[in-house]
Design a protein around this ligand. Structure first.
Ligand code: ADP
Ligand code: MG
Length: 344
């Protein structure tokens, strides 16, 4: 946009709580600060309170207790339209009978802004998301990706300082979803806005976020950069939810070990270097291209038919080719002690 009106704001929530009914609150006293201009993903299983948190930030849901601050200004009791936040809805929420231009201009029309002015501003925004040449198209005449860009432009027309996105990619097919998440990330960087994006996909959150916030049962289990959360999950829930980790009981307590940090050896073979080990049985072997995923179960445990593997090891294809294993074979899982992280 020619006028430099998009400036990012930080969001802070303090002891934010939402109680819909008796019993456990949907959001239970969370504290979180999201830096201005950063990409934050709220991540967690269905029902953990992500959307409720986002809607309280947006002003679409009342707060039971606690506060929402935008750049240190308390916006908890402001109406949605006066907060400096905007929600981007999924592309299918576009009005089918309106052109891209009129979809984007819609909220300005509601505010009574004259046609020439609202069309000028909508056109500017469409140019900004590389859709200027398709301004007269209706949603049905656009690809899924193009609709997504129009949905973004429509959210930006109110000049928000924070853009809120609730599962914006979940209606797209897997291929388009990966393409559009790269676009979202690029737009966020180019616009320099604060994005708060709700998803239940850890892969999506890791691909997008500067900060990911892992929620469960209305509380924050862990917040940090994706690499930190992935490599140092603080507890068993985060390790399991992020995936790619084994949670192993040791005499010193539960530890997390990444599946690609596990060596699998025939019984009696010594691991290279100092290693902890666990006798195990191979329960399945999955070829996945660049690596082979072994499912494993602790030796001695009764092997139920169709049991899901308790542990996994991700072996590079060449490692597996040099030393293949069969289902039912006894092995040892080995890992270097410094690869094991204590879990709460
Ligand atoms: P998520 O987005 O993480 O899937 P939600 O924030 O939508 O979770 O929901 C959190 C909890 O609050 C769930 O148990 C859900 O059933 C409940 N909930 C959400 N919205 C309402 C509502 N409007 N009325 C009553 N309960 C609700
Ligand atoms: Mg939700």
């Amino acid at each position: 946009m020619p006028d430099a009106t998009l400036s990012p704001a930080a969001i802070e929530v303090v002891a934010l709580t939402k109680r819909y009914a008796q019993g456990r609150p949907a959001v239970d006293g969370i504290d979180l600060r999201i830096d201005g201009g950063s990409y934050c993903c709220l991540l967690g299983p269905s029902g953990c309170g992500k959307s409720t948190t986002l809607r309280m930030i947006a002003g679409h849901e009342s707060v039971t207790s606690g506060d929402v601050l935008l750049d240190d200004r308390n916006i908890t009791d402001l109406p949605a339209a006066e907060r400096g936040t905007a929600m981007m809805f999924q592309s299918f929420a576009l009005f089918p009978h309106l052109s891209a231009l009129d979809n984007v201009a819609f909220s300005l029309k509601m505010k009574g802004i004259a046609k020439a002015e609202r069309h000028r501003r909508a056109q500017d925004l469409l140019e900004r998301v590389a859709m200027g040449h398709l301004a007269q198209r209706k949603p049905a005449e656009m690809s899924g990706g193009q609709q997504q860009r129009v949905a973004l432009a429509r959210a930006l027309i109110t000049q928000p300082r924070v853009l809120l996105l609730d599962e914006p990619l979940s209606a797209l097919d897997p291929f388009l979803r990966i393409q559009m998440r790269a676009e979202l990330r690029r737009w966020q960087k180019e616009l320099g806005l604060t994005f708060i994006h709700v998803t239940h996909s850890q892969e999506e959150a890791m691909a997008l976020a500067d900060t990911m916030v892992v929620m469960n049962h209305g509380v924050i289990e862990q917040a940090g950069p994706p690499r930190e959360v992935y490599n140092h999950p603080v507890n068993e829930f985060v390790a399991r939810f992020m995936g790619g980790h084994n949670v192993i009981d040791t005499p010193a307590g539960k530890v997390g070990v990444r599946t690609d940090h596990v060596q699998v050896l025939p019984p009696g073979h010594a691991a290279t270097g100092e290693a902890a080990s666990l006798p195990a049985v191979v329960t399945d072997v999955e070829y996945q291209g660049t690596y082979v995923l072994l499912g494993l179960q602790k030796a001695g445990a009764a092997l139920a038919a169709h049991a899901t593997a308790e542990y996994a090891a991700m072996l590079p294809e060449s490692t597996y080719a040099a030393q293949p294993f069969q289902v039912g074979e006894s092995v040892q899982m080995c890992w270097a002690p410094q690869r094991a992280h204590a879990l709460a």
